[in-house]
Design a binder for this molecule. Structure first.
Ligand SMILES: [Ca+2]
Length: 326
């Protein structure tokens, strides 16, 4: 009897070991992404309270730019629609999206992020909107934020803006209704995120800044110019030049004025501060500015002519706009 018991304990221990090894193998395979359709995020979401949003109704023009792309965490994809609709139990004919979170959340603020070409389509930004919420699907909506004639959102691509709600509460269903845009008949946004204030580890979103180009070539008489800075958050940006006597930069707009030519490139730096809602692991972005002088030269520096009474010419290369007198 005693022997048998020991044997059965030995068997259980062996089983536990086998199951542990299988468990470890599955965890490792999932972590390495070797099981199709399972990624490391699947493991992560089991261990922390990551909030996920999914949209289930709204106004769309094309499936490629559906409202579902407001919630994919990717600013390269967008909700872009020229079609309006009327949400259920509402009367406004508007651009709208209805969505829910996987768990009830306490919303204190939300973020709207502009799309890829908002710099040339600022008129597609929302101007007046409502954010409504409810705890259960069969309740009626509570308006938790109203914005009329917004002046916060700018004609800047990939830029996030934060809005505090008027009514704080715990909700799970949401309705975002845009009553009017800033001029165009199309509305577009790349992301819509609600901040869950009950999850303190999730209060700041990671953001980045990057100049559109790393090198700029200019002549000393070129007009002031600005290199576009892509800012995925709302942190305050300050611009500096490492040679103010050659290229002066406006510290808040980034506009550069060239004062003279110089043999060394000038470095223009953008520095961003963390904001209440976004944190920047990398706080600077730079580009090099080469400032060239104009020159003129003949294409050929020597021409041998045997005089036969014929005319000849030598092309003059002038990279500036000065008038050639000969
Ligand atoms: Ca998106």
């Amino acid at each position: 009897m005693r022997e048998k018991r020991e044997e059965s304990i030995g068997f259980e221990a062996q089983n536990r070991l086998v199951f542990s090894l299988i468990g470890l193998f599955i965890a490792l395979t999932m972590a390495l992404g070797l099981i199709p359709g399972m990624r490391l995020t699947a493991l992560a979401s089991d261990t922390n309270s990551e909030v996920k949003f999914s949209a289930y109704d709204g106004a769309i023009t094309s499936q490629n730019e559906s409202y579902i792309y407001l919630f994919d965490g990717n600013t390269q994809t967008k909700w872009c629609t020229c079609n309006r609709g009327t949400p259920k139990n509402e009367s406004a004919y508007c651009y709208y999206v209805e969505f829910s979170s996987n768990v009830p959340i306490t919303v204190d603020k939300y973020f709207l992020t502009t799309a890829n070409d908002t710099d040339t389509h600022g008129g597609r930004n929302p101007k007046s909107w409502y954010l409504k919420a409810k705890r259960n699907s069969d309740e009626s909506w509570t308006t938790i934020d109203t914005v009329t004639n917004d002046e916060v959102m700018q004609a800047a691509s990939y830029t996030g803006y934060s809005f505090d709600v008027d009514v704080t509460g715990t909700w799970q269903y949401f309705l975002f209704m845009v009553i009017d845009t800033k001029g165009e008949s199309t509305l577009q946004l790349s992301e819509l995120t609600l901040n869950n204030s009950s999850n303190s580890s999730n209060t700041k979103t990671e953001a980045s800044i990057e100049f559109e180009t790393e090198t700029v070539n200019k002549f000393c008489d070129d007009k002031p110019f600005t290199v576009k800075l892509n800012n995925t958050g709302d942190g305050k940006v300050t611009y500096t030049s490492d040679n103010e006597s050659v290229a002066k930069v406006n510290s808040s707009t980034g506009e550069v004025e060239i004062l003279s030519s110089y043999y060394k490139p000038v470095t223009i730096t953008a520095t961003v501060e963390d904001s209440d809602n976004f944190e920047y692991p990398v706080k600077t972005a730079k580009y090099k500015l080469n400032i060239n002088q104009h020159s003129i030269s003949f294409k050929k520096d020597r021409i041998n002519v045997v005089y036969k009474g014929e005319n000849f010419s030598n092309e003059l290369i002038n990279d500036g706009n000065g008038i050639d007198n000969m």
